[in-house]
Design a binder for this molecule. Structure first.
Ligand SMILES: NC(=O)c1ccc[n+]([C@@H]2O[C@H](COP(=O)([O-])OP(=O)(O)OC[C@H]3O[C@@H](n4cnc5c(N)ncnc54)[C@H](O)[C@@H]3O)[C@@H](O)[C@H]2O)c1
Length: 435
């Protein structure tokens, strides 16, 4: 199909069964990719490989000329072959005529750069320009899919911008679809990484899911969520990975100094990943128990003693302290900073569920602070009341969770015991005076 014949016919569904690859797509889409850099080129050529008609556009005339002349603007293993194949099959085109590409597209992918500003903020000026161009040129119903990495909250403003400049008669939905590829293995990553689709439109989520169906059928995990969560997903993914890498980097320096073997340590940490996989991570009130607080401090102390920096571990310890403090501040905020004479129900005293161990439990900090300021504590824990009683005898220990709630002004759930996870918080709210 020639570029000029790719005019959009909104009522026509192309049911072309593909022969160019092993992928099979029932309805190919007319797509426009704006920004033919690492992300745009990979996405554009992969979507073309899946049988869609893809026009890649870029502001750089020389980049488009190079691509049309078979000169690859970037090095990425396997990219040249897939681009060549897409062009040969007349599924992949390159042009600077962005207006025309927008007019003919059912789906527009935005993959322009969002470089870091001097203050660490993201420069989204290219995105803003592109959105205005899209709004003024789109026709019929179009799904606009942002792949550029953008700060949390950006897409809410993009929606406002689209509303403001939208061409008469044009309809659209916005999807944020963060990209997780790594340069060097980008083509493979595109085909195996999770597909995160954030939108407030089910119709757009369905269309994007259909677009990705060849990858989903091959096992790519799919996440449907809202725009803000999808934006946060991308930053979380990178920051969490970076945190782990920096942990190993700093640990390697310490190992070098004390004569421990970093490779053995990293291997053993991957074993511990099996007993505590990332999927089991749940937010809580802070870290307690007999091991984590003590051992992390001991390792940080060793690093200081031998003159090595372990900033990330020091930061984790500090973050934990501040987090526990924040739990207490939140209780006080909810009680208008006055706890004197107020009844506080506390569910859970052990440092985590399924143990009676209260060492370094956040509950101790919370109870001592509240007691010191004249609150009345009504506590319940399935296993840890005996231990807590030995440490803090002068509070009311209740025989069940329900009893602890009687006439309470506030309920604080400290430990995630199974029996607390099934309660109906709305019913509880009617029982607590202040909630
Ligand atoms: N490179 C990666 O590994 C990677 C991975 C995931 C996400 N991302 C994110 O994807 C986005 C793109 O990254 P990249 O590495 O592909 O950037 P890039 O610089 O390689 O490509 C961006 C392209 O957009 C073009 N462009 C800029 N303004 C334009 C405009 N107004 N109209 C048309 N084209 C325009 C540029 O000429 C350039 O070719 C960024 O937000 C980045 O953070 C990058």
């Amino acid at each position: 199909m020639k570029l000029k014949t790719l005019l959009k016919n909104k009522t026509l569904i192309l049911s072309v069964l593909l022969s160019i690859t092993a992928y099979h797509s029932l309805a190919c889409k007319n797509m426009c990719v704006i920004g033919a850099g690492y992300v745009g080129l990979i996405a554009g050529s992969k979507f073309a490989q899946m049988g869609n008609n893809v026009i890649c556009t870029d502001i750089s005339q020389s980049k488009i000329n190079d691509l049309n002349n078979g000169i690859k603007p970037i090095f990425e293993p396997g990219l040249q072959a897939i681009v060549k194949e897409g062009m040969h099959q007349e599924k992949l085109f390159f042009t600077t005529d962005v207006e025309h590409a927008i007019q003919t597209a059912d789906i527009i992918i935005v993959a322009v750069g969002t470089p870091m500003g001097k203050d660490g903020s993201s420069n989204i000026s290219a995105l803003i320009n592109v959105i205005e161009t899209i709004a003024k040129n789109m026709q019929g119903y179009t799904v606009i899919c942002i792949k550029s990495t953008v700060p949390i909250g950006t897409n809410k403003n993009v929606l406002l911008q689209l509303d403001e400049h939208c061409a008469p008669g044009a309809l659209y939905d916005l999807v944020f679809n963060p990209e997780f590829l790594r340069e060097g293995s980008a083509l493979k990553d595109f085909s195996i990484n999770p597909i995160v689709l954030g939108s407030n439109s089910q119709k757009a989520l369905d269309i994007m899911t259909e677009l990705y169906s060849p990858l989903i059928e091959r096992g790519c995990p799919l996440v449907h969520t809202d725009l803000t969560t999808a934006e946060a997903f991308k930053y979380t993914w990178n920051s969490f990975r970076m945190t782990r890498i920096m942990f190993v980097n700093e640990l390697a320096c310490l190992c070098n100094t004390v004569g421990a073997d970093i490779e053995t340590l990293v291997t053993s940490m991957s074993m511990s990943e099996q007993s505590m996989p990332t999927k089991n991570l749940k937010p809580g009130p802070g870290i307690g128990g007999s091991c984590f607080p003590k051992d992390s401090r001991a390792l940080a102390h060793t690093a200081r003693k031998v003159g090595e920096r372990f900033c990330i571990l020091e930061a984790v310890i500090k973050a934990d302290q501040l987090h526990k403090q924040k739990m207490i501040t939140t209780i006080y905020d909810l009680m208008d900073n006055n706890v004197r004479g107020k009844k506080v129900a506390i569910w859970g005293l052990s440092f985590k569920a399924n143990t009676d161990d209260i060492r370094d439990s956040v509950a101790i900090k919370i109870i001592k602070k509240l007691l010191g300021n004249g609150a009345i504590i009504q506590a319940y824990d399935p296993q840890a009341m005996k231990n807590m009683h030995a440490l803090i005898p002068d509070i009311c220990y209740c025989t069940c969770a329900e009893k602890a709630l009687e006439d309470a002004d506030i309920l604080v759930i400290v430990t995630e015991w199974q029996e607390f996870t099934h309660v109906d918080l709305k019913t509880i709210k009617t029982k607590c005076v202040n909630l």
